[in-house]
Design a protein around this ligand. Structure first.
Ligand SMILES: C[S@@+](CC[C@H](N)C(=O)[O-])C[C@H]1O[C@@H](n2cnc3c(N)ncnc32)[C@H](O)[C@@H]1O
Ligand code: SF4
Length: 374
């Protein structure tokens, strides 16, 4: 896959959820209508400070953007539609949680030009959803997919979480098949990770839950690859274009591909990161501090990092290698020795002038990254 996603992206972080999932350490606070209105005021100010912007992709993520009211979603989208130059826009994604997507919200999204939805399905088994602390049922996902399609949003991605305690191989296969039955354009498969400060982390610490062994995890991820790449509904199956991401041909997430290729992006909202040239800055994950600064006419508090050209290349190599397209040998020339040794170990291969991970290398991607960072 070599898609044309050499784009400048705009990311908007909506820091609200209707509760906290057991495993999640992403920044979010509980949704409150008045706080969300203030957040939109703040966002408008931050956007004004960032203009002019002419992104090729917009990604509204979170948190749970769909927890906003219809009026708030309309305001957020119209703000972007009017302030940002949209002539170059090829992809506009919004994350939706199955429990908070409805027909009115879908109609607003379609009307302003949102053409892709990433849906946090996570599992199609209600007991596993409960273990994850999700607040939706599998039937909600099925319903929302139909609502989105009826509204005219045809490009739908589903997020799934693998390796959840209690999710047997048979249950996982069922979830994968139910996902495929919805004919999504894109599927992301993340293995459950143990994040500090989460409920899951506490349960694991107390021995009240246990993660799968590394071997069992790889077997679950292999099963996902087999089920998804073989899935056909009139077309070929999904391509695994990045370690955790599968898409029907032409439906790779342009916004993410560009980020993985090291392209520039601007992030707005608390906890959002931006990357321009060698500079990277991340808004602090604190909605109160974010609002206080913008209400006083200042930029939100940020952590700024200046990359060296060598560090930037290292990131490009490590992230680029996660994609099936791999990384051009000329970008990676200073890594030749490391690549040669990884190739001797059967972890990478050279294909049409690009370094790519082998199947074994994909399973050991973290080890490969460590070897390249030495
Ligand atoms: C931050 S979430 C935002 C999307 C949306 N709020 C949702 O819950 O679907 C992005 C993706 O990361 C996944 N994720 C977050 N924490 C994770 C973890 N500890 N292990 C695996 N996946 C995780 C979520 O399940 C979701 O699919
Ligand atoms: S996984 Fe999504 S819904 Fe759950 S707490 Fe994290 S951001 Fe919120």
């Amino acid at each position: 896959m070599r898609s044309a996603c050499n784009t400048t992206g705009l990311y908007v972080h909506v820091p609200f959820c209707d509760g906290k999932c057991a495993y999640c350490a992403f920044y979010s606070v509980r949704y409150r209508p008045a706080l969300a209105d203030r957040y939109l005021d703040g966002l408008e100010r931050e956007l004004e400070k960032s203009l002019p912007l002419a992104p090729e992709t917009i990604y509204i993520g979170g948190g749970t953007p769909s927890v906003l009211s219809v009026r708030q979603i309309d305001r957020l989208c119209r703000l972007l539609q009017t302030q940002v130059a949209t002539r170059r826009l090829v992809e506009w994604t919004m994350e939706i949680n199955p429990g908070s997507g409805d027909a009115e919200k879908a109609a607003v999204l379609a009307a302003v030009g949102v053409n892709r939805v990433s849906l946090g399905a996570q599992s199609f088994d209600d007991r596993i959803l409960k273990t994850l602390g999700r607040r939706h049922a599998a039937a909600d996902t099925v319903k929302v997919v139909a609502i989105l399609r009826a509204a005219g949003i045809v490009n739908i991605g589903l997020d799934l979480i693998a390796c959840v305690p209690g999710c047997t191989r048979a249950l996982w296969r069922k979830t994968l098949r139910q996902a495929v039955a919805l004919a999504p354009q894109h599927v992301s498969v993340y293995a459950l990770t143990n994040e500090e400060g989460t409920r899951l982390n506490r349960l694991l610490g107390q021995g009240l839950a246990a993660l799968l062994s590394e071997e069992a995890q790889l077997a679950m991820l292999d099963l996902a690859e087999t089920e998804l790449t073989q899935a056909g509904f009139g077309r070929a199956g999904f391509g695994r274009y990045e370690i955790s991401n599968y898409a029907q041909s032409g439906f790779e997430c342009c916004h993410n591909v560009a980020c993985w290729r090291g392209e520039e992006y601007i992030g707005l909202g608390p906890a959002a990161a931006s990357h321009v040239g060698l500079k990277r800055w991340t808004n602090r994950p604190n909605v109160s501090a974010y609002l206080a600064a913008l209400e006083a006419g200042r930029n939100p508090p940020r952590d700024v990092e200046e990359l060296t050209p060598a560090l930037k290349r290292q990131e490009q190599v490590i992230f680029g290698l996660r994609m099936a397209e791999g990384i051009a040998t000329d970008i990676a020339s200073e890594y030749k020795q490391a690549f040669d040794s990884l190739r001797a170990d059967g972890l990478v291969d050279l294909r049409a002038g690009r370094w790519v991970l082998t199947a074994r290398g994909r399973n050991l991607a973290d080890y490969v990254a460590v070897e390249l960072m030495r």
